[in-house]
Design a protein around this ligand. Structure first.
Ligand code: G3P
Length: 218
């Protein structure tokens, strides 16, 4: 399973990269706004910076909701770097745009996915990645992880190549469950990735090993 970080924050991306386990980055308009980046030039420069840093797939989302507008933005974004993956919402014009971009060899991430039906259409259209929003499904009292499981079963039966990218992850446990239920990729905040390291018995065990070592050294 690939590990992406879900942020546009350079410090957090740098820290995740330093772990050696980072495969890519996902962003969205809300995450870009959180960094205070305004204006097309600055936004494009920021994407370029992230791509240079990560040297892996970096999802950059279109703002347009019509076919022509999405394609125009997609071509501009794809020019920034070979690492750019164009993030497109699962709406009618989005599916058309994904088909076209797939035909032209431009990678896409189909976003705002909340159902297996949407996942089937995105795979048929040839999306590179599919982003079901686990946390937001849980927020609405459904089970985001069951959706990952259902999509993984359908994609396996049908032999679809689209990679399931479990998104809107808010806890380390969700990363574990996503791995278990068949996600190809998770994207998560740095805190949930680092949270995977935590176990009190590891801390206690290490403390004891170091104490015993100190004793044996006199
Ligand atoms: O990758 C999509 C993700 O950023 C959405 O996360 O926490 O806003 O639901 P969240």
């Amino acid at each position: 399973m690939k590990f992406f970080i879900d942020t546009a924050n350079i410090d957090q991306i740098t820290e995740a990269k330093s772990l050696g386990i980072l495969d890519g980055v996902t962003t969205n308009p809300s995450l870009m706004a959180m960094e205070g980046i305004k204006g097309k030039d600055n936004i494009f420069k920021h994407y370029a910076k992230i791509c240079d840093l990560v040297q892996g797939d970096v999802s950059a989302e279109v703002i347009s909701t019509d076919y022509e507008g999405m394609l125009r933005e997609a071509y501009e974004l794809a020019e920034i770097s070979e690492h750019i993956v164009v993030k497109i919402p699962i709406i009618k014009d989005g599916i058309k745009a994904i088909c076209k971009l797939n035909d032209e060899g431009i990678k896409t991430n189909c976003t705002l996915v909340f159902s297996a039906g949407q996942a089937i259409l995105a795979a048929k259209a040839g999306a590179t990645y599919l982003s079901p929003f686990i946390g937001r499904i849980d927020d609405s009292n459904w089970d985001g992880m069951l959706l990952i499981k259902e999509i993984a079963e359908i994609y396996a039966v049908q032999g679809y190549d689209t990679m399931i990218l479990a998104a809107s992850i808010r806890s380390s446990r969700q990363i574990v469950d996503a791995a278990r239920y068949g996600a190809d990729v998770i994207t998560s905040p740095l805190s949930s990735i680092l949270g995977l390291l935590k176990h009190p018995l590891t801390d206690l065990g290490l403390e004891k090993f170091l104490a015993d070592h100190r004793k044996s050294q006199g």
